[in-house]
Design a protein around this ligand. Sequence first.
Ligand SMILES: [Zn+2]
Length: 420
Amino acid sequence: MAISFAERERMPVEGREKYLVERLRWICQYAYENAPAYRKKFAEVGVDPSEIGSLKDLEKIPVTTRDEFIEQQRQNPPFGGFLAVPIGNLKRIYVHPGPQYETLGEADIEHVGWVLQKLGIKRGDIVINALAYHLVPAGLLVDDVLTQQGITVVPTGFGNTDLQVQIMHNLKATVFIGFPLFLMTIVKRAEELGYDFCRDFSLKRALALGRSTVRKSLEEDYKISTREVYAYLPVGVAACECEQKDGMHIEEDFIVEIVDPATGKQLGPGEIGEVVITPLFGDVLPRIRLGSGDLSFYTDEPCPCGRTSNRLVRIVGRVGDAAKVRGMFLHPLELEDVVSQLPGISRFQVVVDREGLRDTLIAKFELVDETVDKGKLAADFHRDFQSRCRLRVDKVEFVPQGTIPADAKKVEDQRKEIIL
Ligand SMILES: [Zn+2]
């Protein structure tokens, strides 16, 4: 590589696009020549790799979903024609449910090494690696990278909470890598066992996989600095928070598109769509337009940290769980986030329906007690919902307790047909 990871992070925006397109042209040509499944895919849509000359041109290539990978691997085992090197050259073969076979090359490992380095994990740290070690790549990948860098790893894997408490305490572990909710489980268990976490433990940092409601508490109550990364395991870490903790910068050697899941067309900043990933260094198992099934949106606003890549603001949910309303995705998790910030609501539901060609949205609330200021609550909800979900509700209704069943869907779609 001509320029380092650190230099690439601060490339001017135009330079970045040129760099990405150059790498994209290479990966398309490479996949076409070495992975029969891609040769077929390009042929099916009548596109030659030489026609890919811009980021927009990616739209010419259909998104490949995880189900499609599994199906093709079933038809043509084990790798479905996606592998670009002889199978005997692979270091490890990983197995995801499906089964779906995966592997990683040296470039993937090098990239994860860079991510861990910039998150501030360094020699002298004692790292609890609570990622899974069996079959899937996460645990072993992180372990390989850290040990290569001379960092001490404790391969605890996931589970065994009591043992995790003991290990974290005895070894004075400084870093945790895993799911935030599991870290919180460990912290709470330590408290149950009589420890004062801040006083008795040395844990200062956590690399958090996935969005979590416990993050704020880990930071504020337990003084553990967390960084969120967007890891999509078949391809590694595609985006990563900087020290500003305000969205995850798209990594330098990835193209991350936000697309309309129905059409595969690219969406602009602020528009919610499916995260579609193209790693630009996948010379072992190339991936072009891998559909993650995750919904997110991005911002291209400059970040004070000086890195120039776009940021995924947050992952808002899964494609299948969202309802498309007036051209925007409304996901139950987004709605829950809004409601959880407002006091006095015991149950809630948003009903989506249609009058003529217009989608309607009605929010229904059951209250903890009837003395709550309903006018203020409705106004706060209108404001927060619009700001967060970029949609306007038509009406807020307060319904008697027991009207909304406990297992009711948070977003109830009553439309007979969906107009996309
Ligand atoms: Zn930043």
